[in-house]
Design a protein around this ligand. Structure first.
Ligand code: PEP
Ligand code: MG
Length: 555
């Protein structure tokens, strides 16, 4: 029987495919005692699990080739290491369950590796991965982390962290469905970056059976579990119809009466550039550089490495604007070597620019890398800092840019209500504003952006949020400086029109949203956008704001 569920659609598009769950971390297996007569069967089970895991790792290595093959083959050898197998068998003979015995046997090796110096200590992750694979098989639970699948699938998870999603193969992920998260959670952002549809805050997502077919609509937030053949056909027809409408609009961002609005892409690195270009982005409005820093939990990437990555992005956008945000560590993006571990309220703690001002060397290296990367390129590089709270922050950032020899425009992200309320003072120090509406909503409503239960406060149509956007855009207009939106609010086609009506000059979003926003802007006049903005500001709540703005836009 098909079943219809509703969550919040956060990345447009439609996907149909089998469910694969993101495995949760393997819990330490319980210390179950087994009777003597079960020992032999349990030993055989442990050995079988280890050999199956090894064969699987070998096969994956073979498919992957290159460096990955060497790593996977080394892991396969660990899985069937004779001493580990013998140690597990001994523990089973002593009356432990296979899962517990394997877990404990690996633990012994883990301790040895940890004591054996830096290089071998670095292999602990590989050892843990092999252990988790064998234990998961013995407990008959999904493998922790990214699903093992050769076929395209719809990824179901409680929520996704940036580190999990970095391992996903974009060729296999048809879409995301998460139980938690809101329109601005990392699952949503990543889905848009990957160009796959996503639905978040779907109650019961984690209980959906593995392998069952689902259809999800990232526009409406509807998820159909086990859709009947005619439902599938209807949804596929609807998807084709939408695609045709989109394909009919291209070129730069403008309203039907020619008011220009730069349509830019949010990217996390060079891998996102092809999608941004394919979607017709007129440049990059937010390059989130944190992803580059996630590779190593111990230290920042070298200046040379950073230069190389930044340059490859800048090369892709000749004569166009590329706005790079300096590292935004802390809170929902913790970095081991920078983020304090003991903050009682990380979202209100040392994060964003605050982290960089405490680690000026990290900021200076990044700014120098950006300067070098842009050398000789026709790109219009701009840099901006996250989490600017006041004029003092803006001045400190601009000064750091100048000290690093970077003469490009230095902007301030407006993510804290104080910055929106005092935007004029910030613009005395900064060259432009970029509204990070995800954090701005979080701090306006004191509602954690990662908590699904608080998703209603993250609704970017909240009139209080619109008031702050209006204040910042007005100040920028008066100062004759640009004011973009790079938070997820820009990705909602109707809201994008309202933002233009509020005086926003550029909109930056995940590449998949670009065609939808471009097409919507072409249907309206700038005056229509202003009227819709007035209507939304006068609304009592987000539902009314959305409905009245839509009505106004549709004339
Ligand atoms: C924002 O907060 O709106 C933003 C664009 O930054 P991030 O989502 O990376 O925190
Ligand atoms: Mg932010």
């Amino acid at each position: 029987m098909e079943q219809h569920l509703h969550g919040v659609g956060v990345s447009q598009g439609m996907a149909i495919g089998p469910v694969r769950h993101m495995g949760t971390a393997v819990l330490e297996p319980p210390a179950v005692r087994i009777p003597a007569e079960a020992v032999q069967a349990e030993r055989a089970r442990a050995e079988r699990a280890a050999r199956t895991v090894a064969a699987d790792l070998d096969e994956r290595g073979h498919r992957a080739g290159g460096e990955a093959q060497a790593v996977l083959e080394a892991q396969a050898l660990i899985a069937t290491d004779p001493e580990l197998l013998a140690d597990s068998a001994r523990r089973i003979t002593d009356g432990n369950s296979a899962a517990r015995a394997v877990y404990d046997a690996f633990d012994g090796y883990r301790t040895l590796l940890a004591q054996a110096g830096d290089y071998l200590a670095g292999r602990i992750t590989d050892l843990d991965d092999v252990r988790d694979r064998i234990v998961a098989r013995l407990l008959d639970v999904p493998m922790p982390g990214v699903p093992d699948s050769d076929e395209p699938y719809v990824l179901f998870a409680r929520d996704l962290a940036p580190a999990d999603t970095a391992l996903l193969d974009p060729a296999l992920v048809l879409g995301f469905v998460t139980e938690e998260g809101g329109p601005t959670s990392h699952s949503a952002i990543l889905a848009r970056a990957m160009g796959v549809p996503a639905v978040v805050a779907l109650r019961g997502a984690t209980k959906t059976p593995e392998g069952v077919t689902v259809a999800l609509d990232g526009r409406t937030g509807e998820v159909v579990i086990a859709p009947a053949a005619d439902t599938r056909e209807q949804l596929q027809a609807l998807a084709r119809q939408r695609d045709a409408a989109l394909a009919a609009t291209d070129g730069p961002g403008r309203t039907s009466d020619g008011h220009r609005v730069l349509l830019l892409a949010n990217i996390g690195g060079p891998a996102d550039v092809p999608a941004a270009r394919a979607a017709g982005a007129e440049g990059v409005g937010l390059f989130r550089t944190e992803f580059l820093f996630l590779d190593d939990s111990e230290r920042a990437p070298s200046q040379a490495r950073q230069t190389e990555v930044y340059r490859s992005v800048m090369e892709a956008f000749p004569e166009q604007r590329v706005v790079v945000r300096v590292l935004d560590a802390g809170a929902d993006k913790p970095l081991g070597f920078l983020t304090p571990a003991d903050e009682p309220n990380p979202a209100l703690g040392v994060r964003g620019l605050r982290t960089l001002l405490e680690h000026p060397g990290v900021l200076a290296t990044q700014l120098r890398a950006l300067r070098k990367a842009a050398e000789g390129l026709p790109v219009r590089l701009e840099v901006m800092a996250p989490m600017i709270a006041d004029r003092h922050d803006a001045a400190a950032f601009t000064q750091a840019c100048r000290e690093a020899g970077l003469e490009t425009a230095a902007g301030a992200m407006v993510e804290i209500p104080s910055a929106a309320l005092r935007a004029a003072a910030i613009l005395d120090e900064a060259d432009f504003l970029s509204l990070g509406t995800n954090d701005l909503a979080q701090y306006t409503f004191a509602a954690d952006r990662q908590t699904g239960a608080l998703a209603r406060y993250q609704d970017p149509w909240q009139p209080a949020l619109l008031d702050l956007i209006a204040a910042a855009a007005r100040a920028a207009g008066e100062a004759g400086k640009s004011c973009g939106v790079c938070g997820e609010a820009a990705a909602d086609p109707d809201l994008a029109c309202v933002l233009v009506g509020l005086g926003v000059t550029s909109l930056s979003m995940g590449p998949t949203a670009l065609p939808y926003v471009r097409a919507r802007l072409r249907q309206v006049t700038v005056d229509g956008c202003r009227q819709a903005a007035r209507a939304a500001l006068a609304a009592e709540d987000p539902q009314e704001a959305r409905a009245t703005a839509r009505r106004t836009l549709d004339g």
